[in-house]
Design a protein around this ligand. Structure first.
Ligand code: ZN
Length: 145
């Protein structure tokens, strides 16, 4: 286990525009505002979802495209550093017109219909992602300094 501690900072409420790319819009916002560490939450609706599933046997992502209108029933994520820049990591659950849910790691290509995002900025030394040999994922390393 790694553990990093922070003090709460500014909370940003974002209303994304119809047609925005969910991942890229949040990523650009945190980079523009120099937010290196944050907790994310969001809800709303999308026109299509581009998700990924991590195959734990083969240590690789499998892409999953859902080309329909969906509710975003629960979105969560965080911001930390990867290669010296703020990196957004997002997972979400989506539901269709029958309430059936889909979910996964949110990729570029998820098109917003309407989305409300809470970015809770955190103050402290940002966690830095590094390759984890066991999982093949870029995970948080130990606290720096
Ligand atoms: Zn993920």
């Amino acid at each position: 286990m790694t553990s990093h501690r922070f003090n709460p900072g500014t909370v940003h409420l974002l209303g994304l525009d119809t047609g925005d790319d969910l991942y890229n819009a949040i990523s650009e916002y945190v980079k523009t505002h120099d937010i290196n560490t944050a907790s994310l939450a969001f809800l709303g609706a999308v026109r299509r979802a581009s998700l990924r599933y991590y195959n734990q046997e083969e240590n690789r992502y499998q892409d999953l495209e859902i080309d329909k209108h969906l509710e975003v029933t629960a979105g969560t994520g965080n911001v930390s550093l990867l290669d010296g820049s703020p990196f957004v990591h997002i997972h979400a659950a989506f539901a269709d017109e029958e309430g059936r849910a889909f979910g996964g790691h949110v990729n570029e290509g998820t098109e917003v219909f309407a989305l409300e995002v809470t970015v809770s900025q955190l103050h402290g030394d940002a966690p830095v992602r590094q390759l984890d040999e066991t999982t093949g994922l870029m995970l948080w390393g130990p606290p720096q300094g």
